[in-house]
Ligand binder design. Structure first.
Ligand code: SF4
Length: 63
């Protein structure tokens, strides 16, 4: 798989393929949200961030 992020030797992180940064799984945040990224459609970091935002939206809507 050649997605935007991949499992990393550093435990509990994913690597952003655009910037090379290690991103903690506990706080997945896209490393270049305002720039075009060819990896975005397959990026696990980006997908997890979107899931987290959606969960927060639902939580707020329920309150
Ligand atoms: S979508 Fe964001 S986190 Fe994923 S590879 Fe691109 S810049 Fe990095």
């Amino acid at each position: 798989m050649n997605g935007g992020s991949s499992s990393n030797p550093v435990k509990g992180t994913l690597k952003c393929h655009k910037t090379g940064r290690d991103v903690p799984l506990s706080h997945p945040v896209c490393q270049a949200p305002d720039e075009p990224c060819k990896y975005r459609s397959e990026c696990m970091i980006y997908a997890l961030e979107q899931d987290e935002k959606e969960a927060q939206r639902k939580k707020r809507a329920a309150n």
